[in-house]
Design a protein around this ligand. Sequence first.
Ligand SMILES: [Zn+2]
Length: 538
Amino acid sequence: MTEEGQFRALYNKYRPQRFAEVVGQRHIVRILQNALAHNRVSHAYMFSGDRGTGKTTVARILAKAVNCLEGVQPEPCNRCDNCLGVGRESFLDLIEIDAASNTSVDDVRALREAVRYRPGVGRYKVYLIDEVHQLSRAAYNAFLKTLEEPPEHAIFVLATTDAHRVLPTVRSRCQHLRFRKHTHADTVEELSRIATGEGAAFNKGSLHMIARNSDGSLRDAIGLLDQALSYADEELTESLLREMLGITGVEAVARLTEAIAAGAPGQALMLVGESVQDGSSPATLRQELVDYFRGLLLVKTGLRDQDVLQYSEAELEDMQRQAERFRIGQIVECIEILAESSVARRSGFSPQLDLELASVQACLAMAADAGGVASTRPAAPAQYASRDAKPAPPPRAKADGSETQGAATARDTDADSKAVPDDITEALRADFQAFTAAVKEWHPIYATFFEESRLSRDGELLVFELTKPGYVDALSKPDNRARLRDIVADLTGQSVGVECRLRPAESMDRSGLDTDNYVTMHAVKMYGAEIIEDNRPQ
Ligand SMILES: [Zn+2]
């Protein structure tokens, strides 16, 4: 028995037996019940929709309703021999065909032949043809003749996950009913009904977690619940699911998000390491992080709908607070970074490094906004390696959201300028955003040149270390230098000389201050990677 097969028991046990029990397809149920009530059932239906949305279930209820010994009515009685026969999958006049394995013309000819004969015990022969889009063209053509003039006693239900691949000539002869993905709320409610029916102890958060991981398929969700219940001796909780499914809880994702909000790459790396060590798959964790940031975006833009967001009310409360730490643009940037990490793909690194890189990049994006990325130093490798030395977890969310931790991190970690604490560089770093805003007002494109820039001093000169020679050239023009000097003077009240230089490529022994390099070093250390080529912009 396949693994999936093992966990179908619960799904079958709680499979809806009446239209009233069908979850999330009210529009379809109404159409069918109306037809049944007025004895106007169509001879050909096409049921389209994702797997696990209930197509087969509804087809079986329909087969009962038209064959019920108590008469054709909007709900089957579920007591008569015919209804019970369908329930036991032993009713002769319900013929279920898998088009994926019965695709030949001969199969269809046999079907055509069989259709002509009257039903054995029921009123109607109901043909449920699953994955009908897999029929060959020849088989379609043979079938079309039957569909053009169906006998009075036949009802066809053509089920497909891909309606567009069904020939238009077939489609046009059917009444097309589109099954919707189950909403998050529907899924949680159904899981709750089943878990309660099984007498299981569970917390609501665990059901939300299962629903989130089933992508709108009720069947998958119930399969996961089945798996979870056979695994759990005690109460079903998020941590148990995490252990079992290798998925990360919202809490861990929220903490990682907190590290990104704070622009703290060291913290982020440590949290990724912990989650992976606790059994999360890096690829899944990454997807969850993307989903979470999408949630932040929706919350931030005022769309706090549980069905769309698939988080519990308590989690949404936390997200609401956390969203205040980001601007919309920053969330979008983080999603872009997290959803795609070209560096790692190019290098063929492991999913863990891929996620680590993306997390660090997201941190850097935040830190750059908060106070200049120049001085954001990641945690030392030794600290990352030792789980004992982990710092206190970051706060889940700041209620006031007033302090930007990125700026604080930037100040604290810059050893170079500690000797001159009231230095002008210090003042600029503390409010680098004000500086970039002022540059942006002058010249929006020049403002982008300061992304990933570094700020340092050379004697009396204030030095902006930029990442591209082109940036340095542009901003080194006398007029532009003068303008930068004015902006700095406006912001700090001090007039100093300003110079732009190219940010030097890091040598290994200076890597302590360079996060890009740190990640590479980390890869070398952890995966035995070899540096073949240095593609970083010079
Ligand atoms: Zn009946």
